[in-house]
Design a protein around this ligand. Sequence first.
Ligand code: ZN
Length: 147
Amino acid sequence: MTDLNELYQQVILDHNKRPRNFHKMESASGKSEGFNPLCGDRILVYVQLDEQQQIKDVSFEGSGCAISKASASLMTEMVKGKSREETGALFNRVHAMMTAPPDTPVDTTGLGKLAVFSGVREFPIRVKCATLAWHTLLSAIEGLPLE
Ligand code: ZN
């Protein structure tokens, strides 16, 4: 777990300092705002779907703690090209990983760098920070018409 914890710190620091896809999107087909009152994290997620209903582009703006920002940044890197269903399924896996008991093994296959968020299990209060971007993205997508 030590290696993963170190990686967790590094990834969070890196993405907090240099968040990816951190900008407003003028051409967004959908957007949603999320707020985590427990910590004060506030986020705006923009999403653009292509003709196949897959995520063509996604970006975010807002302010919050390092975990909320790093989670949003990593999320935008992971969901591009995914369908609505795939995005929801990926979040379900991330959420399960974050809320599993700290002493149990987690299956991080296919989660890429998101695997570092298994470190959040040690700090349950931070789960809301780490999942804020995901909830906000899913509500942005749900608000879009199915074509
Ligand atoms: Zn937070």
